[in-house]
Design a protein around this ligand. Structure first.
Ligand code: FAD
Ligand code: UDP
Length: 363
């Protein structure tokens, strides 16, 4: 008999299992269909001994001190600030677009004030920001939109930015100063010994049992429990009764090279060249010293693991039908990127899990 069953051992599932066992002192069963804990943030040492992220590069960043302090109970940090270059017009320039990007791209010498005036001149006026194209052209105009966003988004989503809701490209800011960090959150870094080690620490409690390689539907009817916390895809939970919620997937191509360093930044984006969207070199992120280096190329895919909810109005409407069903269930909580069909970063998932625990579970 378990007080709680948690489906999924990603950030959402691990935070809740940890709180319920350590704080509430109740028994938890975590059911995970993969052969490891950690969800999409899972990392491991590859055969050359280099720490890599199995499901693509994960950089932790947050402005929420409570979230940072909470995770800091389970890990020390490697203080890393992510920098990204974009390969545009045969040059490697920093992205988010900032003063250095424009000065390098156009061989200009703008000051921040001059750049603000320049953007003012080239931007397209929009009464309303209705989609991800509007977000960019209303700030920096069509030419920069085409160089940095149009091709990348088409590759990543097989949709043009005009077909996606504004929050997709809004994730990437535009700056007039020289700050070339990808994120500007107050707290940034990676767990010093890896995400997986951090999750192991979170789940280190005899009140927590973990069942790997198990789809919860195969076993749930034979388990006695009080409450269910569900972090898997919400449409699957309801047997797709309102139809499938679409996701964008990715294919990762890892390569280990016999050299210490491959590229000039943690990630290089390729908006207009090649079939992959970006290349990440893990040693930048983890700070690991090694005479070899591992990179990963990301190719987007229509089929495969569900990674990114596709934020279009009809999908969001469909999700709301499922959400409505979910709200009727009194002993099931839906949380996380898949159960809420949201484009959440890791910190947001931790924040929501802690909130759910305090508001609804601890009482
Ligand atoms: P998940 O990590 O997806 O965990 C859900 C778990 O549930 C999975 O392990 C799954 O196997 C399991 N599950 C599903 N169905 C079942 C079932 N039927 N039975 C049993 N188990 C089931 N965020 C950042 O903050 N920074 C980044 O740099 C960043 N980079 C990213 C890069 C990529 C390529 C991707 C795809 C995402 C990135 N994210 C990043 C987002 C981050 O991965 C998510 O916010 C986070 O992993 C979500 O945690 P979660 O617990 O909600 O979901
Ligand atoms: N994007 C783009 N060009 C870039 C970087 C991002 O067009 O060089 C767009 C693209 O649509 C992408 C979205 O902005 O899916 C969000 O980018 P982010 O880097 O946050 O994507 P993630 O890391 O979540 O894959």
């Amino acid at each position: 008999m378990y007080d709680f069953v948690v489906v999924g051992a990603g950030f959402a599932g691990c935070v809740l299992a940890e709180r319920i066992a350590n704080d509430l002192k109740k028994k938890v069963l975590v059911i995970e269909k993969r052969n490891h804990i950690g969800g999409n943030a899972y990392d491991y040492y590859n055969e050359d001994g280099i720490l890599v992220h199995k499901y693509g590069p994960h950089i932790f960043h947050t402005n929420n001190k409570e979230v940072w302090d909470y995770l800091s109970r389970f890990t020390e940090w490697y203080y890393y600030q992510h920098r990204v270059l974009a390969y545009v017009d045969g040059m490697y320039v920093p992205i988010p677009i900032n003063l250095n990007t424009i000065n390098k791209l156009y061989n200009t010498n703008f000051t921040p004030k001059q750049l603000a005036e320049y953007f003012e001149k080239i931007k397209e006026n929009r009464q309303e920001i209705l989609n991800s194209e509007d977000v960019i052209v209303s700030r920096v105009g069509r030419e920069l939109y085409e160089k940095f966003f149009k091709g990348y988004t088409k590759k990543q989503w097989d949709l043009y930015p005009s077909e996606l809701s504004p929050e997709v490209t809004s994730r990437v800011p535009i700056r007039i100063n020289r700050d070339d960090r990808y994120f500007t959150d107050r707290y940034q870094g990676l767990p010093k010994y890896g995400y997986t080690r951090m999750f192991e620490k979170m789940l280190e409690n005899e009140k927590i049992h973990i069942m790997l390689k198990t789809d919860y539907k195969e076993v749930i009817n034979s388990i006695e429990y009080g409450y269910l916390i569900y972090t898997g895809p919400i449409d699957y939970f309801f047997d797709y009764k309102y139809g499938k919620l679409p996701y964008r997937s990715l294919r990762f191509e890892f390569e280990t090279l016999d050299c210490e360093k491959y590229q000039e930044a943690g990630t290089v984006n390729y908006p207009n060249d090649y079939d992959f969207t970006r290349i990440t070199e893990f040693k930048y992120l983890t700070g690991q010293k090694h005479n070899k280096t591992t990179i990963v190329r990301e190719y987007s895919a229509a089929e495969g693991e569900p990674y990114y909810p596709i934020l279009q109005n009809e999908n969001i409407e469909r999700y709301k039908m499922y959400e409505n069903e979910a709200n009727k269930l009194k002993n099931v909580f839906f949380i996380g990127r898949l159960a809420n069909y949201k484009y959440y970063n890791m910190d947001k998932v931790v924040e929501q899990a802690l909130k759910l625990y305090i508001d609804k579970i601890r009482q």
